[in-house]
Write a new protein. Structure first.
Length: 103
């Protein structure tokens, strides 16, 4: 995307996640609405979580239930927050296993 574009988006109130093959370059942008990601897996999880987060409202408006999708969204966000490096079901399984041990 580029440093200038990332800063412009952040300056205009957007939340921006950045990744670079050289982690120091991404880290240099940290703050003021810009979050550096350590891996492409984290970027993938964030994209899945954002898409899944928008879907429940659409499903509910059409009369469908969205419980499983809501749970998946929560697990994806928890996996990203925990810094797990594997996307999708694997990360969700790690988080679900952690959550089930706590309850």
């Amino acid at each position: 995307m580029g440093t200038a574009l990332a800063r412009t988006l952040a300056d205009n109130g957007r939340s921006v996640a950045v990744r670079n093959r050289t982690p120091e370059r991404a880290q240099a942008l940290a703050g003021k609405g810009i979050s550096p990601l350590r891996s492409t897996d984290q970027a993938t999880m964030r994209t899945y979580a954002e898409a899944a987060g928008a879907a429940p409202a659409v499903l509910r408006s059409s009369g469908q239930r969205a419980r499983l999708l809501t749970a998946a969204t929560e697990n994806l966000r928890a996996a990203e927050k925990a810094g797990l490096g594997s996307p999708g079901i694997s990360a969700q399984t790690d988080v679900a296993g952690t959550n089930s041990e706590e309850s």
